[in-house]
Design a protein around this ligand. Structure first.
Ligand code: NAD
Length: 321
């Protein structure tokens, strides 16, 4: 196959996978396979920029916006994250930061495998909740988000604030939901992330209330009133949001890697799915200095865990019978 046909085939395949994942909530391939093909396309496009197609998934900042809900225009662009898959790639990212900043400090957070949300509060009252959509236009899912028990309808302070975070389905609730679906003869959800996405798109709010979604908030999307990401997280906690307590301050690559190893070891024990670690420059004015590419902030990166080995089910045989 020549390069042009290869780029066309990869573009079409990735668009099909993205449709299944974001719109139908039923992926047909593992995320790692999607990521592998995506990066193959990125490489081919970098080497052959004249062959980039208008419908290339590398042009999108996010997902497809559905028709079922009212569209919502975000006042602040909700960026995705760049990603790396190895220590070597992470070292390259960290060196780039080091070229720009003298003594960078980082916050490492768990990358929650859920659905990106933004919450709009006026005078401390939850007015709107929206999905990220394509980063600039999302879907208004306020009524559904109000059914998530840990989302505060009213904050401790009567302030205007826009907060970003992740909605997810705890593993226990995911198992319960799929067991119920099996009894009803309905197809099971592929993973908690897809179940969470499907749940937030329900038109019946009762269903949302029953499924037990949860959230972790991690960013002030409106102009921040704090100096560092660490302070933002503490502030969000004080306001009444759920903030993930598993996080670590780091000053260099070794400290970042130590946290990645900790997170890897912790992964199976957590009550929710994570798919990596997000490393962010801690100082918010340094974040501003570094800015954004078209798609993602330069001041943060997602380290994605390697694909999990397919679990072979071992049958235990009881030799006593
Ligand atoms: P992403 O999931 O790779 O990373 C960005 C997102 O991470 C952010 O938008 C945010 O919602 C989330 N996040 C979680 N914890 C965070 C934290 N502590 N701080 C900051 N952000 C945090 O990007 P994406 O664009 O949402 O999704 C793309 C991914 O979706 C692909 O890499 C692929 O794995 C998957 N995908 C899979 C298929 C498939 O068919 N299997 C298809 C399309 C996409």
């Amino acid at each position: 196959m020549n390069i042009e046909s290869k780029i066309k085939a990869l573009t079409e395949l990735l668009n099909q996978y993205a449709y299944e994942y974001y719109t139908l909530d039923t992926p047909s391939v593992e995320d790692s396979e999607y990521d592998r093909l995506y990066h193959e396309l990125v490489k081919l496009e970098q080497e052959n920029p004249q062959l980039i197609r208008a419908d290339s998934p590398t042009h999108r900042t996010g997902n497809v916006v559905l028709d079922g809900f009212v569209k919502f225009q975000h006042p602040y662009n909700l960026y995705s994250l760049g990603d790396v898959f190895s220590r070597e790639e992470l070292v390259i990212w960290e060196e780039k930061i080091r070229k720009e900043l003298k003594n960078p400090e980082y916050i490492c957070e768990l990358k929650i495998d859920g659905l990106s949300l933004s919450l709009y509060y006026e005078n401390g009252v939850l007015m709107t909740a929206a999905t990220r959509g394509n980063g600039s236009i999302g879907e208004n899912i306020t009524e559904n988000v109000k059914r998530i028990k840990d989302v505060p309808l009213k904050l401790r302070d009567a302030i205007d604030i826009v907060v970003r975070g992740e909605a997810y389905l705890p593993r226990k609730n995911f198992a319960k939901l799929n067991a119920e679906r099996e009894l009803e003869g309905v197809a099971a959800f592929a993973n908690p992330r897809n179940a969470a996405a499907g749940t937030l798109r329900q038109l019946d709010t009762k269903v949302v209330a029953k499924r037990g979604l949860a959230t972790f908030l991690y960013q002030e999307a409106s102009p921040a009133t704090n100096d560092t990401q660490e302070e933002v997280l503490e502030y969000l906690e004080d306001l009444g949001f759920q903030v993930n307590s598993v996080r670590k301050f780091a000053r260099n690559m070794d400290e970042i890697w130590a946290f990645i190893e900790e997170a890897t070891a912790l992964r199976d024990e957590l009550p929710y799915d994570i798919d990596g670690v997000v490393i962010k420059v801690n100082n918010l004015s340094e974040q501003e200095e570094l800015g954004f590419t078209v798609k993602a902030p330069r001041w943060a990166i997602a380290y994605k865990f390697p694909a999990e080995e397919a679990q072979t089910e071992l049958l235990s045989v009881d030799w006593t019978v």
